[in-house]
Each structure stands twice: as structure tokens, then as C-alpha cells.
Design a protein around this ligand. Structure first.
Ligand code: ADP
Ligand code: MG
Length: 399
């Protein structure tokens, strides 16, 4: 789960990370009023969306008067901000953060990520702050400092100092940098984060180390033990298809193609998507029904996949171990009987109770296309979808 910049800053500041003074606003009027509370004469207005790259997309503006703050917000509110991280559909701006402008001497990149190969939290830092880490590793790989933290002892002062030296932090600021690094590490651990990124962390003209941006992501599987983090969830920033599925305890990933996929297990989902591509199609999504799915759960999954307008054919691919093919078949029949479906549905079942499953599908009298192998299933789904497209085009031409 992701949170907003202002929320991440609030958390990090509790762990001794210095952030500029700032305040949240839900309207241009409120934003203008916030300038009084903050004082000073230069403010940065920042669109709160779950994506980076806002600066380049017009989501971060420097303002020098209350009127400018009002106008900047007036432009932002209700608009979709499209950055290179949001996809073409963009993300809605419903909250704006007004922050005191800080005089920047230089910018640093700082990230904390889970490094799966060393099974440690890895600190990634660079003197090239402000750029995305992908750009830094392409253009200035030599500027990147990496350091993994030994979990038994945590981030030690000497290690944090070494990072600070490698970043060329001047001696008088090293202690401040150590405090920042240790604070981020403690926040990461305390809340089961999967990522903390401060880009840029800046050294200010008056010699302070301040986080000007902050991003945090959390492990969904650990959210149950951090209710104060779950509360920060903002559904306006999520793919509505994915949040509907999450609310129903199903895991769903939205994509851009036309074939809806219902599968069990993430590995099978990957294989199914690859095979659809190989057969010349593109997946619209995949929905993982998990293990031991009841007919009701399968039917629910079906409705969810179909609620996506892009879906023009459905492929159900189940390799039943813990699952039961007869239950899956019942679920498919249950869903198809309750929905007016006018798109092709291909079902491939294998594993536990496959014969019973096939019988249920055959006896249902529904126009379900059956397949035995994954390749056959993908070819049939893509073929049926293309055929439907040809028919639809012919019908439109005839009208
Ligand atoms: P994003 O990464 O989404 O583009 P940032 O919060 O990093 O958004 O802001 C973009 C740039 O704006 C920063 O790299 C920094 O140069 C400048 N900036 C952001 N906040 C402030 C601030 N409070 N004071 C001065 N400059 C800022
Ligand atoms: Mg940034």
C-alpha cells in the first residue's frame, strides 16, 4: 500500500527526519489560508497523488503570494495529473500540500528498499538528487552508494557515517545525516515498510539536512498489525478495479488488453498471460482465486473480471491441487447463469476432480468453450475474441 507525501513526511518527522513546515488543504481557499499559518513569503504547492514525477508534470509549483497559491490550487484541484508513473489515465488531485519553500544548496537521492538477494534492507543513495533512480543508474551509476543493513544490529552509527562520507556530506552535517538515516531505517522497520524514498533530501543554504519529498510503501500482508497505517489508505488513488477486488479478499491486477483471466496462483497467472501473448492476444487483467475457492468465490471473481469494460473474452485457467475443478465449474455456471453474457468464455481445468468439473460444464447447456491444454485454451480465447471482433465490425459495417 502506498501513502501520500504529506503522510510519509508526518511519519518520518516522528523519527527525527527534518521536513519543511507544511499544511494540507482540500480547497484553494484553504490552501491560501494555510500560508498565514505557515508564515514566510515563498511556498511550494504540491499535488498529493500516489506517483512521483509531479514536478515535471505541473504538480509542484513555487508561489510567492497568497493569490498565486490560490491560482495554482485552482488549476490543480479535480484535475487528473499525468506523470510518467501514473499511466495515461493519470491520478486525481483531491488534496494539496502547501509547504514553506526551502533554499536548496544541493540535492541527494536516498532510498531504503528490500533487497531480495541479500535478504536485507538496502540503503541506496546518490549525490544526484532530484533525478529518478532509474535515470541515475543509467547516467551516473558511479554516483550510487549502496549499503545493506545487518538486521541483528540495525543501522549502526559508523555505517551511517560511512554513507554520509561517501555522499560528500561536510563534517558539520554528518551527525544530522546519521540521524536522518537512522530515523528512516527505524520507520521502515517499525511499520513493515517495503520502501522509503526521499528524493530529494537536501542540504539547505543554512546548513540543515531536510527531506523535501517522501514516499513510503507498506507490506499489505502486515497491515493488519498497523491500523494507523491502514487508515491512511486513499482509494481515490487506486485502480478502482483493484480496490473492488481487495475489498472482497481477491487479488486482482488490472492490465491494458482485452482478455480477462481467472486463475489460481500467481505463477499460473504469469504463465497464462505469457501464453495469451504467445497466441497473439493481450490480457485485460488477472484475478487469482487462491486455493480452496468455493463456487460462490469463483462466481464473485467472474463478476469482478466482467465489470471491466475492456474485457471482451474470458479465460478461466485452473490447475487444481487444493482447489476442486467441480467447485470451480459450479462457480462458472453460477456466474454465467446470473449474468447476461455476450462474450466468449473459455475454461481449461486440470487436476483434482477434473472429470466432475467437465461434466458440470457440459451439462449446463451454456456456450462454454472447453480446452485441455493451456496453449489450446489461450488460442481458443484469442481466436474467439478475434472472431467476435470480426463479427462486430461486420455488423457495424452493415448498419
Ligand atoms: P516529484 O518527485 O513528484 O517531482 P518533489 O517533491 O520531489 O516532487 O518536488 C520536485 C522538486 O521541487 C524537488 O526536486 C525540489 O527541487 C523542489 N521542491 C519540492 N519541495 C520543495 C520545498 N519545500 N522547497 C523548495 N523546493 C522544493
Ligand atoms: Mg521527488
Amino acid at each position: 500500500m502506498d501513502i501520500h507525501e504529506y503522510q510519509a513526511k508526518e511519519i518520518l518527522s516522528r523519527f527525527n527526519v527534518e521536513v519543511p513546515k507544511g499544511a494540507l488543504a482540500y480547497s484553494p481557499e484553504q490552501a491560501a489560508y494555510r500560508t498565514h499559518e505557515l508564515g514566510g513569503d515563498k511556498w511550494i504547492v504540491k499535488a498529493q497523488v500516489h506517483a512521483g514525477g509531479r514536478g515535471k508534470a505541473g504538480g509542484v509549483k513555487l508561489c510567492q503570494s497568497q493569490d498565486e497559491v490560490y491560482d495554482a490550487c485552482n488549476d490543480m484541484f479535480g484535475r487528473k495529473l499525468v506523470t510518467h508513473q501514473t499511466g495515461p489515465q493519470g491520478k486525481g488531485i483531491y488534496r494539496v500540500y502547501v509547504e514553506s519553500a526551502v533554499q536548496i544548496d544541493h540535492e541527494i537521492y536516498l532510498g531504503f528498499v528490500l533487497d531480495r538477494s541479500s535478504q536485507r534492507v538496502m540503503i541506496v543513495a546518490s549525490t544526484e538528487g532530484g533525478m529518478e533512480i532509474e535515470e541515475i543508474s543509467a547516467d551516473r551509476p558511479e554516483s550510487i552508494v549502496r549499503s545493506t543493513v545487518e538486521p541483528a544490529v540495525g543501522l549502526q552509527e559508523f555505517q551511517a557515517r560511512e554513507i554520509a562520507f561517501n555522499l560528500g556530506i561536510e563534517p558539520g552535517l554528518v551527525q544530522h545525516m546519521v540521524r536522518t538515516l537512522q530515523g528512516c531505517y527505524r520507520a521502515f522497520l517499525e511499520f513493515d515498510a517495503t520502501m522509503v524514498e526521499i528524493n530529494p533530501l537536501v542540504v539547505t543554504g543554512d546548513n540543515r539536512v531536510v527531506a523535501l519529498d517522501a514516499k513510503m510503501s507498506f507490506d499489505d500482508n502486515a497491515l493488519f498489525r498497523h491500523p494507523q497505517i491502514s487508515e491512511l489508505r486513499d482509494k481515490s488513488q487506486e485502480d478502482p478495479r483493484e480496490s473492488r477486488a481487495a475489498d472482497r479478499g481477491l487479488s486482482y491486477v488490472g492490465l491494458d488488453g482485452n482478455i480477462g483471466c481467472i486463475v489460481n496462483g500467481a505463477g499460473l497467472a504469469m504463465a497464462t498471460m505469457d501464453t495469451i501473448k504467445l497466441a497473439g492476444g493481450a490480457p485485460a487483467n488477472f484475478l487469482d482465486i487462491g486455493g480452496g475457492a468455493s463456487p460462490e468465490r469463483v462466481a464473485k471473481a467472474f463478476r469482478l473480471v466482467l465489470s471491466d469494460d475492456n474485457v471482451q473474452a474470458v479465460l478461466v485457467n485452473i490447475f487444481a491441487g487444493i482447489n476442486r475443478c467441480d467447485w470451480v465449474a459450479e462457480g462458472v455456471v453460477l456466474a454465467l447463469k446470473s449474468l447476461q453474457l455476450d462474450i466468449p468464455v473459455v475454461v481449461r481445468l486440470a487436476g483434482t476432480n477434473v472429470e466432475e468439473g467437465q461434466k458440470i460444464l457440459a451439462k449446463s447447456g451454456l456456450p462454454i468453450i472447453r480446452a485441455t491444454s493451456l496453449m489450446e485454451a489461450a488460442e481458443r480465447a484469442v481466436g474467439a475474441w478475434q472472431n467476435d471482433l470480426v463479427q462486430a465490425t461486420k455488423m457495424r459495417a452493415a448498419l
